[in-house]
Design a protein around this ligand. Sequence first.
Ligand SMILES: Cc1cc2nc3c(=O)[nH]c(=O)nc-3n(C[C@H](O)[C@H](O)[C@H](O)COP(=O)(O)OP(=O)(O)OC[C@H]3O[C@@H](n4cnc5c(N)ncnc54)[C@H](O)[C@@H]3O)c2cc1C
Ligand SMILES: NC(=O)c1ccc[n+]([C@@H]2O[C@H](COP(=O)([O-])OP(=O)(O)OC[C@H]3O[C@@H](n4cnc5c(N)ncnc54)[C@H](OP(=O)(O)O)[C@@H]3O)[C@@H](O)[C@H]2O)c1
Length: 533
Amino acid sequence: MNQMTPPPKVEIIPASAPFSEAQRSWLNGFFAGLLSDGPSPLSAEQGAAVLQGPVGDGDDDEAPWHDQTMPIADRMKLAEGRPLRRRMMAAMAQQDCGQCGYNCHDYSDAIASKAEPRLNLCVPGGKETARMLKALKEELEKAPPAAGPAAAPAAAAPAIAAELGRSRDNPAPATFVSRQLLNKSGSEKETWHIDFDLTGCGLDYVVGDSFGIFARNDLGHVDQIIALLGASHATEVRGKTLREVLTDDVSLAPAPDSLFELISYITGGAQREKARALAQGEDPDGDAATLDVMAALQKFSNVRPHPEAFIEALEPLQPRLYSISSSHNATPGKLSLTVDCVRYVIGKRKRLGVASTFLAERIQPGDEVKVYVQKAHGFALPQDPNTPIIMIGPGTGIAPFRAFLHDRKATGAPGKNWLFFGHQRSASDFFYADELNAMKTSGLLTRMSLAWSRDGDRKFYVQDRMREVGREIWTWLAEGANIYICGDAKRMAKDVERALVDIVAKFGARSTDEAVLFVADLKKKGRLQQDVY
Ligand SMILES: Cc1cc2nc3c(=O)[nH]c(=O)nc-3n(C[C@H](O)[C@H](O)[C@H](O)COP(=O)(O)OP(=O)(O)OC[C@H]3O[C@@H](n4cnc5c(N)ncnc54)[C@H](O)[C@@H]3O)c2cc1C
Ligand SMILES: NC(=O)c1ccc[n+]([C@@H]2O[C@H](COP(=O)([O-])OP(=O)(O)OC[C@H]3O[C@@H](n4cnc5c(N)ncnc54)[C@H](OP(=O)(O)O)[C@@H]3O)[C@@H](O)[C@H]2O)c1
């Protein structure tokens, strides 16, 4: 779907015209823009809706809620009056990140058609998505059988998902090899280059794919929870010890509604009322957002749920996905990741991101981890190795682009490569600097444009650098380049898209509405691809 043949290079200015190659290329792009017979311009509002991407299938009107920056209340409003499956889709976090094993559209179809009973798979949507899905599922159960067209059946799971290590439901063991800190001293970030050995499990992958990791909770944290329960770590639960189940199987992060429900059953008075309110998504003390499982036990410290009931009330520990930053063609049997470590403090307690700190400090060389390769849908190198590519990846967004570059080198792909990378400080946060500089020197990296947000007295981001070189970006696009964005979904991806629209408008001689449509069209044709989280 993403590996499309690039559009033919536009040749309006003859080779004999008195222009340099670069001028001719730019003019070709300029006139192609003017002469293109695209659809008639829409309003910015209509255009913005189109920009959400091609997910429509008849009854969702191009899914106007498919915007990862929109709050859930606004998404649900846009989906009002739509069939339940579409309202279920609006409840998802709209990142199409693949962590649930589907995209947002297919996950909601699978729930609506009852092929998927799990309502808690949307990691970025968290509790609010799970809550909304629960309410919609109850509506579904109550609704009489639909008289109109039936909900689309869930997409059949591809045969590949049944193979070991090809889906979250069937992970394989991979061997952890090493980790290396990518930041230098003075950095505010902690980002690790991580290496795995896949030779034991025989997994392979293509660049653009992600790697799913089943991490384990921190043992110190687990033991503190066991102490709060007043239980023995050897208590048997589900055929394992309590300590093993808490380490491997359940999420200790946001306290789920079901835990507050359990607490409300075994306490009374004001405590019971509070627990009940929290179970219903209310926030009686203004601290609901800070309540992970441990904080919930501390808040209701007079309550000691039975270990079995406690475990039943928790959510399963979900795998985490990471963009693969190596190429199987360049280093077969080896797989690398680029992982930003999540640590923060609430009150006096340090909180740890489960998977990132697992990779950063708990796993040791030689250890085996349960993993799977999550096939990319709509994020891959162009099929034609001659197609130029523009890659925009600040921070850990560099990950798949390092993979792309290694792959293009290994396969001898002649297409031009342009990387936009940015981070906080040039001195401490220039990941893979030696490698990228060598690629630039060798010519593999045709251009490298850098943006350091905290080197100067005002923020300077990749999209600011893009605007500076907008004319050249337009020229590359006119030559048929694919453009890729990877990294933060909430702010960066949208801002970069906006910059792209401005560049198309300015250098492609289009109105803003036409530029919006042009960019939407790049997306539809698979020439603008995103891997955002
Ligand atoms: C397709 C895809 C590709 C990805 N690729 C990469 C990649 O290449 N590199 C990478 O580093 N990550 C990547 N991620 C993100 C990654 O999957 C994890 O989400 C990330 O590592 C955090 O997981 P964790 O288990 O460490 O943290 P979790 O235990 O999931 O904790 C994270 C949660 O903690 C909370 N939190 C975080 N910071 C704060 C704070 N300051 N204050 C309060 N609450 C806070 C938030 O609720 C956040 O969701 C990718 C995600 C997807 C979907
Ligand atoms: N789910 C999770 O818990 C989790 C874990 C890891 C990462 N993430 C997400 O992934 C993102 C990537 O993290 P990262 O460590 O790779 O780096 P990052 O925090 O995204 O920062 C990378 C660079 O992007 C800059 N930036 C900030 N806002 C921007 C914007 N609107 N447009 C363009 N650039 C912008 C940052 O500048 P400044 O910081 O100086 O503004 C920094 O220079 C995080 O922001 C976060 O949203 C999520």
